[in-house]
Design a protein around this ligand. Structure first.
Ligand SMILES: Cc1ncc(COP(=O)(O)O)c(C=O)c1O
Length: 484
């Protein structure tokens, strides 16, 4: 934004100027260019903002849209990596937060409050109803912190620090979570990871790691996992002692950052049996796919296995005050096994988070998301298939509920094209698409092993008109990206 246009929009502006180090309380709003210049100087680039060539400053949000400082709308098809499932500014959730701000906004987590207990009861009941298992929940703040808590729980109950995890899996970027996240880039510069997980190929059927076809492979990849336990020389198991090196297998039934690829039919049951027979715990990371993203409250319920531990976060509070959580079977997490102080964060079970989480769970209980998300998801998928017919560069489309994928390739429809996906991301973020005489942007997220997959996680409240608009915008973005 130029100084001139900022002034036209009624803002008071000021250039950052060379040597500006901080904002004084009396300082007026900086113009966009000055803010970006300042950010470039004072903010670390170690987070993910500078993945974008031209980072964007947003000002407001509502429903399925973000708005920049010129009030240009951006249709958001990733909703804060699936944290804002119920739409930006959801009134019921926001009101619950506001009420709690006036009632009990702060409370050290060593004391109890009603909302924590009620939320815990709703979560525990829903899991018992779905998976038929009794358990307890344990709160923290961010997703990776909950993953750390799950790691501690496994280490304590199994006495083992080695874990299994999937290639393409993502569990966060703290040190412990990085050790079970497959990307080497996240560990590369940070020394030795003695507890690095053993990474196993995920059943990525479009690009089968064994070059097989789903229709005839007989779950060969799961068979390969079982083979590792055949005898002591395959390295994972001693049949004489009946002991394995591993405490748990951390899974996502649908890989999020890995590109929204799900396990084929029968796979998880097969895997769960292999693990159960060897006393290895199954840890289901629902941080990205939980809370109806896939059309069921928990993604794992569509895949026919009973996890020993579950982890969730993100959409639990619709992206408001962060809250994350682990659930575990009673035998693992009973007070005798996981006593007071086993984990702690000052802000775990913070009262603003629990109050919003409680409202979110009530909304899910009262709504019909099981039906609407699946219906909207299949409609969106037909739109993606239509785009695929038009653009041979879309090698694969797929989805579970409103977790949808579009794999960008070269014209052969198979060779991954990260370049095309990156261009699409930046074109959408530039916010100067024009449709029906309206200036508009598009928020996309890119994932996948080759960083060529557009992973779509729209609001569960997205309308059919907005999905049609998404189709037209994606068409524009792909067409422009292909031109260079
Ligand atoms: C499956 C999964 N696990 C863990 C995490 C880490 O959560 P957080 O970013 O809140 O630390 C994420 C975040 O994207 C995720 O998708």
């Amino acid at each position: 934004m130029t100084t001139e246009s900022a002034q036209q929009s009624g803002r008071k502006t000021e250039q950052a100027g060379a040597g500006t180090t901080c904002l004084s309380a009396s300082r007026v709003d900086l113009a966009e260019d000055a803010l970006l210049e300042l950010e470039n100087r004072v903010c670390s680039h170690g987070d993910t903002v500078h993945y974008a060539k031209h980072p964007k400053i947003f000002d407001t949000c509502s429903g399925s849209y973000l708005y920049d400082r010129q009030a240009t709308p951006y249709l958001d098809l990733q909703m804060w990596y699936s944290a804002v499932n119920l739409g930006y500014g959801n009134k019921r959730v926001n009101d619950a937060l506001k009420l709690q701000i006036d009632k009990l906004p702060q409370l050290a987590c060593q004391y109890l409050h009603k909302e924590k207990i009620e939320l815990a009861a709703l979560l525990v009941d829903s899991i018992e109803k779905t998976f038929g298992q009794k358990g307890r929940v344990h709160f923290n703040v961010g997703g990776a912190q909950a993953v750390e808590d799950a790691l501690k729980l496994v280490r304590k109950s199994k006495g083992k620090s080695k874990m299994l995890a999937f290639e393409g899996g993502y569990h966060g970027r703290t040190l412990g979570a990085s050790a079970i996240t497959s990307s080497y880039r996240y560990r590369e510069s940070y020394g030795e990871f003695g507890d690095r997980a053993e990474f196993v190929p995920f059943p990525y059927c479009f690009r089968c790691p064994y070059g097989l076809k789903k229709e005839s492979c007989k779950l060969y990849c799961a068979q390969q996992i079982e083979r590792k336990f055949e005898h002591e020389y395959t390295g994972w198991w001693n049949p004489k002692t009946g002991k394995s090196e591993f405490g748990a297998f951390f899974i996502e039934v649908i890989q999020g950052t890995g590109g929204y690829i799900g396990m084929p039919e029968g796979y998880l049951e097969y895997l769960a049996r292999i693990l159960a027979e060897r006393g290895i715990l199954l840890v289901d990371d629902e941080i990205q796919m939980g809370f109806f993203r896939t059309g069921t409250l928990w993604a794992a319920e569509q895949f026919g296995a009973k996890p020993d531990i579950m982890i969730f976060g993100k959409a639990l509070t619709n992206g408001l005050n962060p809250l994350s959580c682990i659930w575990a079977r009673e035998e693992l997490i009973s007070p005798e096994k996981f006593g007071p102080g086993s984990t702690h964060s000052t802000f775990s079970s913070n009262s603003l988070g629990t109050a919003t989480g409680l409202e979110v769970m009530k909304i899910y209980a009262e709504g019909d998301y099981g039906k609407t998300v699946k219906e909207k998801g299949s409609y969106f998928l037909t739109l993606l298939s239509d785009l695929q017919r038009k653009h041979p560069e879309i090698g694969d489309v797929g989805g579970y509920g409103l977790a949808l994928r579009m794999e960008m390739c070269q014209a052969d429809g198979y060779t991954p094209s990260r370049e095309l996906a990156d261009k699409m991301f930046q074109i959408g973020l530039d916010g100067d698409l024009s449709l029906n005489d309206r200036k508009i942007g598009l928020i996309l997220d890119i994932g996948g092993y080759y960083k060529n997959v557009v992973t779509l996680a729209p609001s569960l409240e997205i309308t059919y008109e907005e999905m049609d608009l998404a189709h037209d915008l994606l068409d524009l973005v792909i067409t422009r990206a292909k031109k260079g």
